[in-house]
Design a protein around this ligand. Structure first.
Ligand code: KIV
Ligand code: NA
Length: 272
């Protein structure tokens, strides 16, 4: 089999060809992502995108493991990373290791991702020392929506130093890459130049070492809201709406099923 991408390979891509990353939550989408991307992330965004939750706060470890196992079955060459959900790692390094080891052990993922900068550095170092590669996530950290007061840009003006220190702290702690979410363009560029690990931008800068989007956002499948940083590469939600409307009209008009979709009572005799 093809050797999968490993955390060390991602680290080695610092400053090189941009890392291509997307989320995936299911086997069929994982296959599509695997064909084109370096990293498939099972993001806790699945709470909102797949399960209709109002935020990521209600996502459980069991949900992440279930979707992680599904995505693992669709991947042969991209690196699989799985988000640690809210409440599964913040309490202590020991809690984080206990749950991260379940995520890696039960899914076969190569790494976990967790939110937080300076205050998570000790936990990141603890995990890495014990065999758990960590992708960090700073700037807008959606699990902190209630303390941040919404999904706002992080690191403008006097707040820039905090976000830069967060990125430096996770790099020093041993994270092999860091997601920068909703961080102003110039700050994201400066952080990328300053730290030795790849930065993966979402609403950050074209000069990050890689980019990530929520796959359902870029496909136009999840349309409840549309952040500025989402570029729509497809309109699959619209296509699906049209297909379902056509099906409904066909059923109501008895146009479906057609003769080609039903089974004859008697099979035709084989020609002699
Ligand atoms: O949950 C998620 O999908 C994420 C990415 C957007 C980085 O954390
Ligand atoms: Na996430």
């Amino acid at each position: 089999p093809v050797r999968p991408v490993l955390p060390a390979d991602i680290l080695a891509r610092k400053g090189g060809e941009p890392l291509v990353c997307l989320t995936a939550y299911t086997t069929p989408v994982a296959r599509l992502v695997d064909a084109h991307c370096d990293i498939a992330l099972v993001g806790d965004s699945l709470g909102m995108v797949l399960h209709g939750l109002p935020s990521t706060l209600g996502v459980t470890l069991e949900m992440m493991i279930l979707h992680g196992r599904a995505v693992a079955r669709g991947i042969s060459k991209a690196m699989l990373v799985i988000d640690m959900p809210f409440g599964s790692y913040e309490e202590s390094p020991a809690q984080a290791f206990r749950n991260a080891s379940r995520v890696l052990g039960e899914t076969g993922a190569a790494a976990v991702k967790l939110e937080g900068g300076q205050h998570m550095a000790e936990t990141i170092a603890f995990l890495v020392a014990r065999g758990v590669p960590v992708m960090a996530h700073v700037g807008l950290t959606p699990q902190a929506v209630n303390t941040l007061g919404g999904y706002k840009v992080q690191g403008r003006d006097a707040d820039a130093a905090r976000v830069a220190l967060d990125a430096q702290a996770v790099a020093a702690a041993g994270a092999f890459s860091v997601v920068l979410e909703k961080v102003p363009d110039g700050l994201a560029r400066r952080i990328t130049a300053d730290i030795a690990i790849p930065t993966i931008g979402i609403g950050a800068s074209v000069d990050c070492d890689g980019q990530i989007l929520v796959v359902d956002d870029m496909l136009g499948l999840f349309t409840d809201f549309r952040p500025k940083f989402v570029k729509r590469y497809g309109e699959l939600g619209h296509a699906a709406d049209q297909a379902i409307a056509a099906y409904a009209a066909d059923v109501r008009a008895r146009r479906f099923p057609g003769p080609e979709h039903v089974f004859p009572d008697t099979l035709p005799k084989a020609a002699k």
